[in-house]
Structures are given as C-alpha cells and as structure tokens.
Design a protein around this ligand. Sequence first.
Ligand SMILES: *Cc1c(COP(=O)(O)O)cnc(C)c1O
Length: 518
Amino acid sequence: MDLLIDVNVALDVCAQRKPHAATSMLAIEAAKAGAARLWLYAGSTQTLEYNLYQHLKRIHQPAPNGPSNKSLLGKARSVLSEFVKDKQWLAALAAEGPVFDAGDPEDEQLLRALDRFPAGSIKLLTRDSLLLEKHPDKTITPADYCRLGLKKQPLQFIDLKAQQDAIRPQLEQRIHRVIHHGQYIMGPEVKELEDKLAAYTGAKHCITVASGTEALLISLMALGIGPGDEVITTPFTFAATAEVIVLLGATPVYVDIEPDTCNINVALIEAKITPRTRAIMPVSLYGQVADMDEINAIAARHGNIPVIEDAAQSFGATYKGRKSCNLSTIGCTSFFPSKPLGCYGDGGAIFTNDDALATACREIRVHGQSARYTHTRVGVGGRMDTLQCAVVLAKLERFEWELQRRGAIGTRYAELLAGSRIELLTVRPDRDCVWAQFTVFVDERASVQAALQERGVPTAVHYPTPLHHQPAYAQHCCPGCCENCIRAAARVMSLPMSADLTAADQGRVVAALQAAVG
Ligand SMILES: *Cc1c(COP(=O)(O)O)cnc(C)c1O
C-alpha cells in the first residue's frame, strides 16, 4: 500500500519531534522496504516550510544569542530538501482548489487527492485524530502502518510504474502544456518528436502514426501493394504483421525462422520470390534486428524489392553500428505502452530515406490529402495525437539509460541461467538486442509457467500460435513450411523485463525458474 504523507508526519521526521519522530521514521522506512510509493502533496510545500521554520524558531530563539531568522529559514529549507529527495510529488489539481467550505480546507485537499488512486491502493499517513476518526478507510497512523508488517509487492512483468516515478516532472509538464496550448492533433510535439526520432535513427524522415499496425499498413499502401501481390514475411510474430498484408488483399508468403534467434531465415527467402513479390517484411523479434544486409542484398538482386522492417519491438537496437528502423526501404515501430519506447495509449512511427515514400506516407496518414480537402489518394485516419507524442518525448530523455539497463539485465539473465536447463536466445555478435521481451526456450512450458506463477513471477508467451496456423489466416497456410517456427512456438517463454527491474527481483525470477526446472 502506498502512502500520502501528511504534514504532521513529515514534520515529526524533519523536526525530530519527540515522541513521534521514531515511529514516523519507522513507518516511512517500512514503506520503502516494501517498495511502496511515498507521496508528498505539492500543495503542502509552503505549510511544511512555514511549520518547520516556526518550530525551529520556538526551539532556538529563546536563547539570547540564538541563530537569526534567516539562518533558521535556511536550515528548514535544507532539511526539507533532503527529506523530499526519495518521495514522489503529488501535483495539486484544479478539483482540489475550491475547498473553502470544508471544515479544514487542507485536509479536504488531501482527501480529494486520494480519490485519484484506485480504491485501497493508498492511505494518508497521519496523526490527525479528527481525520483518522472520520476517514478510517483512507487514513492510517505511523504506528498502525508499522504493525501491518512487510508485504512483498507482486513482481511486475513490465514495471511501467517505476518508469513513471522517474519521469513524473517532465511527463506532467509535457502533458499539461498540450492541454493548455490545445493543438491536440498535429500540435508542435508531433514535429518535435518526429525530428528527434529521425535524428536518433539517422533516417531522413520520421512520420508518426496512430499505432505500429497503422505504420505497417500505411507503408504497404505507400508502396501501392494490393490484390494479387505477395509479401514475404515470418509467421512467428504478432498478428499485425500479416494482418495488414491481408487487409490490402495481398498474400503473406511465410518463410521459416532460425531456431536460435527466432528471426526470419534469410537462406530460405530467395526460393519464395515470384514475379508477384512486392515486398519483404522481416520482423526484428524480441528486439534483435534480423539479417537486414543479406535481405537487402536479395531484394536488390530481384529488381529492388522494397524491404520493410517491422521494428515494433526493436526501436533503439543497433545492427552493425546502425539503428533499427533505418536499415531498409522503410522501418516501422510501435509505441504501444509495453514496447521498449512506449506511450500511454497507441502510437507508432514510419522511417524512410526516400522522399517520395515519405510524402506518400504523410498524405495517407491524413486521408490521402495533398492539400486541405484535396484527396489525391485513398488514405486512412492514421495520425498519432499530440498528447501521445508528448508522453514519448518525456520518456525519450532517459531512453539511452533504459537501453543500457535492458542490455545489462539481459546479460545478467544469461549469466545467471548459464548451465541451467533453460535455453537462451542467441544474439548475433554484430548487433544487440533491446529485449522487448526477455524470451527463453523451455520444455513443458505450461507447468513451468504455473510453478513460476505460484512464486509470484509472471511470464508470457510470444507467441503460442504461428500466424499460418491462426484461424483467420488459415487460407495462407503452407503445410510443412515453417517447422522451426512451430517448435519455437511450443517452447518460448518470456520473463519479466524492464529497465527498472531490480537485481533483487531478477534474483527472485531466476531462483523461481531454477526451482521450477530442477
Ligand atoms: C506490437 C507489434 C505490432 C503492432 O503494434 P501496435 O502499436 O500494437 O499496433 C506489430 N508488429 C509487431 C512485431 C509487434 O510486436
């Protein structure tokens, strides 16, 4: 359970007020040990400062040569600066302003602020007897909190909360700016993000779109792909990869994967090329880029077939010193919340160095408009909204740090699991993996997953059924064509992974896994 710290408890600690300081500090330490969030109401900062200053004056100024007001105020501020360091600021919202008809406006603000959180997930840590009596469901004393004892937080499969804690100031600032400038569609954040992502990948153009799926769809439309056309791809991917091909009336032609990377097996591509082949669409699965140079070379040999990288899982990954999304004709990524770079809704982006394709994608994104109300082609409503761009911009500030963490956590998984009965994915030496999922191979997967679940370790399967075996895509099934893919689908299992996964939690995952596989 998270805690919102009331002013009286904060003052206990900051002023070392006896006899309460010890218990209040214990409660705060217990919350930290249990990985609970400690919130301070931003609207209480002046009350905190004023009360601590007055307290210091009461203690020190009866002495004839006591410290000056200025030095006491300085002391109050430095104590508070230290105290707030490991706390989260809870912003004051407009709904918490008109409280003057309440018995105690300041208490009313805190109670209203609590209503933003899911019921039961947070309490006000206070010694205010009136509040405790009137709102027993929303409040708790430091002494009672200490008596609750330590409850381990369940492990998250992807810890987006810790990420949010780390970026809250810039996140709130960016979101509120959009709310105030009011350009919800194609606002300044859209261009800012496109410029930053283009610079990051090195691609000449970045076009943000409504989702990763939309990025793939718009790319295929920009290439003019339609009925009768064939697109070579892998069946070991999320449904969206094949979905967009089928939606346009084209045919997905499946090529099997390499058993050790789960990416498309380049050696099998050429045999599937026909005069109707209009694109090759490899997927950079789990965050590792496929053999793009070899794929590009095959495409070039067969009359410059366009190559679209489905980089929904690999934004930020490096391949021979170049960035994913800028390795072929077009790169497409997704900002779905759980992807390596996610927003708080749907979003995606298209990358290309081809000016004509970029123009086509930009027009298709807004109903094929080349000028206002001039529709020179058939398009879609496929824009990414300004608020979502603002969220990605806030996350981009620590993205490089996150990639380093993901890399380090991946390496540590590999070290800890070496010699166990868990088989690891191979990462080729000329590239890295951003570990959109940390996926391993395991036998008797269902029972291993159940054993892990029992120990509070969540897992997932990416993906249990290859696309050519999915009911909706059965007509494109190629019996016997993708045996490695079928074997992988039965054995892959993804473990918790995020930049904020702690060493202790990773240890919990590995211990549970080792216990489960013997
Ligand atoms: C997530 C994903 C997509 C689709 O992205 P959305 O933003 O969810 O539409 C496409 N391909 C792959 C490989 C994905 O992992």
